[in-house]
Every structure is written in C-alpha cells, then in structure tokens.
Design a protein around this ligand. Sequence first.
Ligand code: XLS
Ligand code: NI
Ligand code: NI
Length: 442
Amino acid sequence: MSVLFGSKEYFKGIPQIKYEGTGSDNPLAFRWYDEDRVVAGKTLKEHFRFACAYWHSFCNDGNDPFGPGTHLFSWNAKADPVDRAKEKMDAAFEFITKMRLPFYCFHDVDLVDYGSDIRENDRRLQALVDYARQQQAASGVKLLWGTANVFSNPRYMNGAATNPDFLVLSHAAAQVKTAIDATIELGGDGYVFWGGREGYMTLLNTDMKREKAHLARFLHMAKDYARRNGFKGTFLIEPKPMEPTKHQYDYDSETVIGFLRQWDLLDDFKINIEVNHATLAGHTFQHELQVSADAGVLGSLDANRGDYQNGWDTDQFPNNLNELTEAMLIFLEAGGLQGGGINFDAKIRRTSTDPQDLFYAHIGGMDAFARALITADAILSSSGYKQLRKDRYASFDTGKGSAFEKAALTLEELHAYAIESGEPPRVSGRQEYLENMINRYL
Ligand code: XLS
Ligand code: NI
Ligand code: NI
C-alpha cells in the first residue's frame, strides 16, 4: 500500500502505525488493535470498519466561541478553492493510510469550500469527487458514508428540510442531491442525515406538525432519488436531542424509530448512534445501542465521548473502557452493525497542536475499542453473564408466565394466580457483581 499520493508529505516523520502489542511503550503504535486478529469469527478490521471524520480532522482548526483556530493546517495555502481542497485531500489520505483507517466520511463542504452559486458548488464538488476516486484507488481506502452540511450556511438558520421557507428547503434539496451523487460515485456504503437545525427554538413561531411532515417528504424524495440512481447502501439518521437547535426532532433512537415507522421509512433507514448525543439525550451509549439493535436498525456509530461537567457535544476521543466494554457486549450480541462502521466523530482539543496529536487521538480510540471488544467477547464466551440475565426471566419460560407471553391469559386469571401464589420472593439483580465482572475481565 503506497502511503503518499500527492507530492508533499504533511505529517513528516510519522511512519505508518503498526500493532506492537501491550508490551510496547511506543506511543505511535497500537497496543490492542491488531487488525488481523480474529475475535468472535471476524477480524478486528471487519468488526469495526473504522473511519476518519474529514470535518474534525481536516477542517476544524481548534477555534472556539472565544477565539480563532490554533491548529496549523499547512494544506490550506492555495488561493483557488479546488486547488486548496486537493491539497487538503492529499493530507487527509496521507493521514488515513498512515493510520490504517479503512474508511472515511465527509460532508460536501468538508471536501471543498462552497460559495452561493449552486452550479459552481456542484462543479467544485465534482472536481473533488474525481480526485477522491483516484485517491481511493491508489490507497484502498473506502467511503463509509457521505452527507450534506445543511446547517452551517446562514440560510439554514431556521432549518433545512423543516424550514418554514420553501425556497430554503429547495436549496437544501439541491445540496443533498449533489452529495448523494458524490456518495454513489465514490461507492459509499451509507448516506447520513443529521438534522442539526431540524427542530425549533420556540413553539411560538413553529408549526411542528407541518415541519415533521416536510422532513418525512424530504427523506422520501432523497431516498427515491438515490434508489433510482443505483444507491444500494443504507440511509442513516443520526439522533441528537439539541445543539444547535433547542429541540431537535431526531431526539434519540426511540424517537427516530417511531418517526420512521410512522412515515413508512423503516425499510430503507437505520440509525447512526453518536455517544455524546446519547448522553445529551439523558441516555447512555449502551441504551441507544440496545434500542436500535432491538428494532433491527443498528446501522453505524459515531465514536466519541462527552464530558461529565459539560452539557454540550464536546466530541472528545473515546477512552472510557467500562463504557465501551458494556457497549461491545451489545454490539456482539446484536451481530455487529448493519452496513455501517465506527466513525471517529471526535476532535482533538484546541490545545493539542502537534501533528502527532491527531495520531495519538485515533490510536487511543482504536485501541480502546479493540480492548473493549476482546474483553466483551471473553465475558460472553466464558462468564455466566448471559445465563444470569436469562435466568432473571425464567418465570416467563413455563406455566402461567409463558401463557401470559403467548397472550393466553386474562386479567382475571392473573388476579387469581397472584392470590393463589402469595407474596413473591426477593431476587437480587446483582448489579455490583456484574459491574465487578467487567473490571475482572478488562
Ligand atoms: C454533529 C454531528 C455531525 C454529524 C454529521 O453533532 O455529529 O457531525 O455526524 O453531520
Ligand atoms: Ni456525528
Ligand atoms: Ni456530534
């Protein structure tokens, strides 16, 4: 695999990252992520399908509401937007291949800067799609999913598909059409809708019922267009409860599943769960995984973590082994993701200004997922964990409990059964025992 496509090396002196095992103290090596290691019937590479998020790693320069960026992007030098974007792509593919990430994800405006002329934007994106096709062929890196950023441009301040102004909606549609074309052309496995401003700030000016109907119509149009043009992949909705909008319609997995069912979209759409969005919704990452897995729509993951003290999307790189091990128990029991992968929707901190920092961040995330999956597999195959949970429900396996599940009991019969059987014995849920088990296997 050749590492360099362009003529310049942007991450100088950093070699391709290798697996060296837990005995290694090289900070630029994997200690757990051995991509060829087989766990539960698949290699780690196949399980995770790790992806680099173009926006955080190559566009976000560390700016915050109090000051400009701190990260030096040497690839942003050229004046012409397409030339500049090609250098950024050289840097991106250099990083992605050095990092051994098999996939990447982008928004249209991550690949190249957009202006306000739709035809010119389409032309610019096409130039970068042509370039990406060559980069993908040379490196073997693939597109996990594409998406359109229909939340940053000021015209989307009141939403995109849910905007009260039909003309704004049509601009969003124009962007989504071109982003779908790009995703199809680059062989993307998925297409994501994250409704950043699909929601409202105040009900005083909002017809919520009408806005949600518009969103459903918009998704149907996009799906029909993509299917007509040969897209065989998965459409994904990424729930988030708030930020930037006060109340977002795609609040959490349960809400999105209800919406997809109501509007007859469940055959084509699955969920893209993001860890920090789960916690913003007042849930755990594990909860969101289980809800989606149970509904058969566990599509893809945006990996990151939040901050216990903050109420916003801090998008830090994942490193919480207990959380990830619990998550991997659900992941393995669900049989993995349906068509998706694990995209690092995470950013290095404003103060992380060395070129190596982006590598440390991804190495840490990939190692944490690998260690968690290996641990979860050991728990599933050699502990009493599954049996313990099954046994809690044993009273539904036979007799009256089983009749209840089969809808063969009436409320009067349950009344009689309770009287005849007397007070139920206390049965421990053994939470601390189970929590200790995770630490024992780690
Ligand atoms: C923002 C979202 C965004 C989506 C893609 O909070 O996570 O990055 O993943 O639009
Ligand atoms: Ni995300
Ligand atoms: Ni996010």
